[in-house]
Design a protein around this ligand. Structure first.
Ligand code: HEM
Ligand code: HEM
Ligand code: FE2
Length: 467
């Protein structure tokens, strides 16, 4: 195993651990909706939610970085350049995450001054980490980019299509993150730039990264030919960028930006499901071509689920409320939260879990990874997530119909909608299905940590040689 792959294992372990921390704070956040005065002024909802969504961003980033450190040396058949620096950065990254989490837990917020901005909390959703930590994340990503690019340049004769896509994607990955730093006192301009980060990361830059990871995993677990995964990757990237960049406009409807964003945002973001549909067709095509033969059943099921739920959670759920005519009513309700959960889960969580199983197979040295235990994690996590997003969708629709469309968006209407039985049962459903989700997480980790049975490869699953 390359040193870079050992580092990848550390990144994947850290990601899986933070996934658990994130679930704890998600469950806690959901309880405030049932017991609003819970922990009042000791640990308020805003801090629980901050820890929930910040750990989300960090563990997914760690998972993606881990996946790339895993496949890069394999792809180039060469150790990563400057690997010692990457190893050092990993520990600095982990230490920074722990310090920020402790500050969020015990200091929480400060006065509105430069000190708070630098050392306590930047107060910008998803990137609340204080500025020193944000600079640390830039440093981690710069070292990561250096590792990738320097290795590609060193062994350039082995450059592949996937690596070209990855290398070019590193530019927006770092540049767009710099948006986490602006602290404009005008809320409209602040939000304008902040969306560049939030939207461009999850709907463009990360979507391209996960496309690369999906290409590698498909080749790995099914033996799909490189020619085919690369052709699909190019199509997906073209469509993701074609629709996703101006699709940014779907966040510019109500923040004080010019009216033309209504049409630009509506039109381009409505096209955004297309590349995601492409990924589904790709996954089905590959599965059909290889008659579902795979040497790693859990990774295969998770990567296929990624393709489907990315399309449904991001594409279909996003499309539902992306036209301004609908978004006017659904904006910022639990409908948005429903989509946010489904999209992140489908697009990234499932992909990174597939990656965890790819790593598990290599570490445990079995030629065929299957069995039944992984199915518990798979079943419970998917059931928990689908149940939760369905509950939130109904709750959000109740808010949109009763609070906005019928009630006229008054404070009174908002309060009435919050007492509507559809809304209230959605909040209970979130807690219930959240617990199922958490149980799925425990089963996933249990399965990952226990040694797999050494099964002989069944004849029906024997892999053909990659073309
Ligand atoms: C046990 C499972 C989980 C529970 C109970 C839970 C609960 C919550 C709650 C209560 C909120 C705050 C919503 C609000 O502001 O009204 C939230 C926000 C959020 N959660 Fe979770 N969550 C869970 C798992 C996840 C997972 C697995 C992901 C990602 C895949 C995720 C991503 C998010 C995101 C992106 C937000 C911000 C959404 C927004 O403000 O629009 N959560 N979650
Ligand atoms: C991987 C892909 C995606 C992820 C992870 C994702 C995640 C999210 C999250 C977390 C939010 C809530 C942001 C906030 O206010 O805090 C959001 C909002 C939104 N997303 Fe997505 N999304 C994805 C793709 C899409 C696509 C493809 C569409 C459209 C077809 C879409 C349409 C929207 C819209 C319209 C909103 C604003 C909702 C509102 O007005 O409250 N998203 N998305
Ligand atoms: Fe967006």
């Amino acid at each position: 195993m390359y040193r870079s792959q050992k580092l990848a294992l550390r990144y994947l372990t850290a990601a899986a651990t933070l996934f658990g921390v994130m679930i704890v704070f998600g469950l806690l956040s959901s309880l405030y909706y049932l017991y609003p005065s819970m922990l009042f002024n000791v640990f308020n909802f805003n801090m629980a939610k901050t820890l929930h969504i910040d750990t989300l961003v960090i563990w997914l980033l760690m998972g993606l970085i881990g996946a790339i450190y895993w496949y890069l040396p394999k792809e180039l058949e060469h150790e990563i350049e400057g690997i010692w620096l990457a190893e050092l950065m990993f520990w600095i990254f982990c230490a920074a995450v722990v310090v920020v989490a402790l500050v969020f837990l015990f200091v929480q917020t400060g006065s509105s001054n430069q000190f708070s901005l630098w050392f306590i909390n930047q107060g910008r959703k998803y990137v609340e980490a204080p500025r020193w930590a944000a600079i640390g994340i830039v440093a981690v990503m710069l070292v990561f980019s250096y590792n990738v690019l320097a290795t590609c340049i060193k062994v350039k004769r082995r450059m592949t299509g996937i690596l070209w896509v990855l290398a070019i994607d590193l530019v927006p990955l770092v540049v767009v993150y710099l948006d986490a730093f602006s602290a404009d006192t005008n809320m409209s301009t602040d939000l304008y730039w902040w969306w560049w980060l939030v939207h461009m990361w999850v709907e463009s830059t990360w979507e391209v990264l996960i496309g690369c990871v999906m290409a590698w995993v498909l080749m790995d677990v099914m033996g799909t030919s490189r020619r085919i995964v690369e052709a699909w990757l190019y199509i997906e990237v073209m469509l993701v960028l074609g629709a996703g960049i101006l699709g940014l406009g779907h966040h510019y409807f109500w923040i004080g930006t010019p009216r033309y964003w209504l049409s630009i945002g509506g039109f381009f973001s409505a096209l955004e499901p297309l590349p995601l549909l492409g990924m589904v067709v790709h996954a089905i095509y590959d599965a059909g071509m290889h008659r579902m033969k795979t040497a790693n059943q859990p990774a295969y099921y998770w990567i296929t689920t990624e393709a489907f739920l990315n399309f449904i959670g991001a594409g279909v759920w996003g499309f539902m409320m992306t036209l301004p005519q609908i978004n006017m009513f659904s904006h910022g309700t639990q409908w948005t939260v429903s989509h946010g959960h489904f999209a992140f889960y489908g697009a990234y969580v499932c992909g990174i879990i597939a990656m965890l199983y790819v790593a598990k197979q290599k570490v445990s040295g079995v030629a065929y990874l299957a069995g039944n235990r992984w199915k518990w994690g798979f079943g419970l996590l998917n059931l928990g997530m689908v149940g939760m997003v369905m509950g939130l969708l109904l709750a959000g629709m109740a808010q949109a119909f009763f609070g906005r469309a019928a009630g006229g968006s008054t404070l009174m209407a908002f309060t009435m909608a919050s007492e509507n039985p559809w809304f209230v049962s959605g909040m209970y459903a979130r807690v219930g299905f959240g617990i199922i989700f958490a149980a799925g997480y425990v089963m996933l980790i249990y399965d990952l940590l226990t040694a797999p049975a050494k099964l002989p490869i069944p004849a029906s699953q024997a892999q053909p040689e990659p073309a």
